[in-house]
Design a protein around this ligand. Sequence first.
Ligand code: RRO
Length: 359
Amino acid sequence: MSLRPDTKTELTVRRSDEVFRRPDVDLTTKLGSVTFPNPVFTASGCAAAGQELDQFFDISELGGVVTKSIMLNARSGRPTPRMAETPSGMLNSIGLQGPGIDAFLEKDLAWLAQRGARAVVSIAGGSVDDYAKLATKLRGQKGLAMIEVNISCPNVEDRGQVFACDPMASASVIQAVKRSAPSGVPVFAKLSPDVTDITAIAEACVGAGADGLSLINTLLGMVIDTDTMRPALGGVTGGLSGPAIRPVAVRCVWQVRQALPDVPILGMGGIRTGLDALEFILAGANAVSVGTTVFGDPSAPIRVLDELAVALAERGFGSVAEAVGLAHRPPLVHVPEEPDPVGDSEPEPRRPPTFEEEA
Ligand code: RRO
């Protein structure tokens, strides 16, 4: 089987007739009070509640399945078209389409529990009270491993509803969810990159009781169709995802890890390979979500997990935990070399130090 962690562009397919043995690396990761078996999750909105992906691989093998954000009531979403391709990414304007929390619990969460998957339920509301009611509904639910509080959906009627653009509004939602949520279930706040200072929002959420942070939601974008000469999306604007946003997401993870070194982070934004996942982990993510790439490669999450394990082993890591935030270590001090007085010795080949040499 070809697992090519050194090739960023090549996609590999996990064939069912091949047995891939992951290297012996401890992949467990802790998000708040819960230890997950590995750090690769689906991303909210890209895999519904996991049923479709389960045709391609066993979704209970993932660290967790993050479900499409659910609201109190059924919702049909924004007008079509709801998707537009862009170079290196896509725009969506779904608008929180979904069956409502009761149908979700009965059908989707029950299926995930029966399948043995660890469900991370994403909740979204139009008011603080909606979020509190959603959190209350999650009490006593089997299969629930974590709650992701989506306060950053870009496809809402007005920006005032994007709670994650304002520290006080973010804190009010998180405080209400924490009061109502089942105890022992970590509550993560999902933040928007479309703010001046994401660390201020992160700090407000953590101050209000968030057990961790999901970074990042899509960026607000727009495409104009040059044939119709109108916006390509029915909803006019949409959320940009895919590889185009990866550097923005890595920057957000880095900044938040720097400001809040002890707060767990679930990182996402354009991850397609194990090396992409490793980049997030080195920036400070304790786990990652794989999203947009599943539309073209439905087995991507499990492939990313395999590739990540190989990438960690190749770099000498015994566990994921050792790699979390490692890119924050101080830069090496450059010691200028003494000039060779005789001038006849072979110059030493220059290469960056390995992880073991630095340790
Ligand atoms: O449903 C959506 O349109 C949507 C959501 Br809830 C979200 O959080 N992010 C996004 O890009 N789209």
